[in-house]
Ligand binder design. Sequence first.
Ligand code: C2G
Length: 144
Amino acid sequence: MKRVITYGTFDLLHYGHINLLKRAKELGDYLIVCLSDDEFNRTKKKAQCYFGYEERKSHLEAIRYVDLVIPEKSWNQKIHDIHLYHVDVFVMGDDWEGKFDFLKQYCEVVYLPRTVEISTTQIKSDLGGGYGRVLNPSDTEDEV
Ligand code: C2G
């Protein structure tokens, strides 16, 4: 069984993410997604996720290409993960081209072309910044 791993935040899941996961799975038989948890995501200098870790995990687990979702808590866990899960292929989008070549001594490293026309940043911008999540809808003004 050829085991593939990839890492990411996958917030506001969109077809660019799905496209990456589909192609990653095509490189093997079993796809592990290491999902940035909320605390680590804050250190990645990303805006607060719209969806929390458990919600983002449930989204990924519903995708046919994904076999296992585990938490990413640090930049430095990749070598450990590769050994622990007997990973054969490490995959990332090519916005990370070269950044993980140090893993080549442990497994195959593949950078796949990003889906350039979509991004979470673009989605937020298109929504006009009204991006804050309303947790108690009763707090909002009734739409007229
Ligand atoms: N991606 C893509 N096309 C897009 C957007 C994202 O192919 N339009 C890919 C990225 O290249 C990445 C994966 O989808 O491989 C997840 O993207 P993010 O959620 O933005 O993850 P990132 O912030 O790159 O976190 O330790 C590595 C980090 O956790 C990677």
